[in-house]
Design a protein around this ligand. Structure first.
Ligand SMILES: C[S@@+](CC[C@H](N)C(=O)[O-])C[C@H]1O[C@@H](n2cnc3c(N)ncnc32)[C@H](O)[C@@H]1O
Length: 398
């Protein structure tokens, strides 16, 4: 059985690599410019990915059957208008994908992007991409999918663009995708994502615990359960004029002032107990309850220490990992998610070696494509055409 060959563009830490390897593929080129992602790629796959896509010439690209790319989303209209290009994609990274497709004509393409790609720049970005892929000879289908549809407890809608060269198949591409409304998989507590024993450094510190306890008392003490606006403690009792504020901000201030008036007795006592929150940094004096009525305690949700305040999410909606610094805190365990747990949410195998630097590791997992989503869709794509699933381990024969 010969392996099919693929290239991994904007390869990051190889979400596509994992998926294609699981399907029996062989990576013949990876391209990445971020130094720490390049190191992680080398450590895990023994492959050098340190090539800027802009510098790779067509004759340096090995023949391949599948082109994979999780490319950065950039607007075309501005580049086109400002620089007067006839080719609307020129000057963007999508252009690099296009020129490789023209030159190498692989049988399949598997691209991934944020969901917003479809509406970005008044739909112009997507229209240009779909049009250009069509012009260079590909029959494509865009599928929006999130790992929770495959039983992985992460809500992370992304668009997958699946394509096949038109001379191989030009009919409608259909994919069987589980219902996105079924969110039963989203309880990460039940999904064997969390480890029992983790390093002490992941636990929140005393100050963070005090901040959360303070806001927990607040939530449990007020008479409003679905808050629906950011709580800004410095607005409690404030009377200064709001005319100079933009309308949205003035509206939030008014809602905060009303919340205070409606709960004056409780909030006055709470503020006194917590020294008017003067011991907290400004971002910790703001609070965003996004858990509806699903829970009645912060400690039952997921929490993020964000610049916009303390955000609490429901326990059945693990926030999408994004290339982030606000690592989610698991309320029940009073600690942050570990890189290993982040790897599980992105369907990387237990054998995967994350970056030793936690900050880089979170960023890399946040940027990565979910392995199982790619595998799930690519397997269906490959059935159109010559690549067939030949055995129970999903290996694809070419
Ligand atoms: C959304 S991430 C893709 C992550 C990847 N699919 C994964 O599973 O880890 C986009 C990546 O494109 C890389 N990138 C940006 N410009 C590039 C270029 N000119 N050549 C190669 N890679 C580039 C970024 O460093 C970033 O890691």
């Amino acid at each position: 059985m010969s392996k099919f060959k693929y290239i991994d563009l904007f390869s990051g830490i190889g979400g596509f690599h994992q998926a294609m390897k699981n399907l029996g593929g062989e990576c013949v080129l990876a391209s990445e410019i971020d130094e720490s992602a390049i190191n992680t790629y080398m450590k895990n796959y023994g492959m050098n990915s340190a090539y800027d896509i802009n510098d790779i010439k067509n004759d340096e690209i090995p023949d391949h059957n599948v082109l994979c790319a999780g490319f950065p989303c950039q607007a075309f209209s501005k580049a086109g208008k400002q620089m007067g290009f006839k080719d609307p994609t020129k000057g963007t990274l999508f252009f690099q994908i296009k020129r490789i497709l023209i030159s190498k004509q692989p049988e399949y393409i598997v691209l991934e992007n944020v969901r917003n790609l479809l509406s970005h720049d008044h739909h112009n970005t997507w229209n240009v991409i779909a049009d250009e892929l069509d012009k260079v000879g590909y029959n494509i289908r865009a599928i929006i999918m999130s790992p929770h549809q495959l039983g992985i407890p992460q809500l992370r809608e992304r668009v997958y663009i699946l394509g096949i060269r038109k001379d191989i198949y030009d009919g409608e591409l259909q994919f069987n995708v589980p219902d996105k409304k079924d969110k039963s998989a989203l309880n990460a507590y039940e999904a064997a994502i969390f480890d029992e024993l983790v390093d002490e450094k992941y636990y929140i510190n005393e100050q963070e615990e005090a901040v959360l306890e303070c806001w927990n008392e607040f939530y449990q003490g007020i008479n409003l359960k679905i808050i629906g606006f950011p709580v800004w403690s410095y607005e409690f009792g404030a009377t200064y004029p709001l005319e100079d504020y933009p309308a949205w901000k003035a509206e939030f201030c008014r809602k905060n002032r009303k919340l205070y008036e409606d709960n004056k007795e409780f909030i006055d006592g709470w503020l006194k107990k917590w020294n008017n929150l003067n011991d907290f940094i400004p971002t910790n004096r703001k609070f965003e309850w996004q858990a509806g009525t699903s829970i009645n305690s912060i400690w039952d949700g997921y929490i993020q220490f964000r610049p916009s305040g303390i955000r609490v999410k429901r326990p059945d909606a693990f926030p999408a990992l994004v290339a982030m610094v606000q690592i989610p805190v698991i309320g029940k365990y009073k600690r942050r998610l570990t890189p290993r747990e982040a790897a599980r949410l992105q369907s990387f195998p237990e054998t995967f070696i994350p970056d030793e630097n936690d900050f880089q590791a979170y960023k890399q997992f946040g940027n990565a494509v979910n392995v199982n989503c790619v595998e799930f869709l690519a397997k269906q794509l490959f059935q159109y055409g010559r690549m067939q699933v030949v055995d129970s381990e999903n290996q694809i024969d070419f």
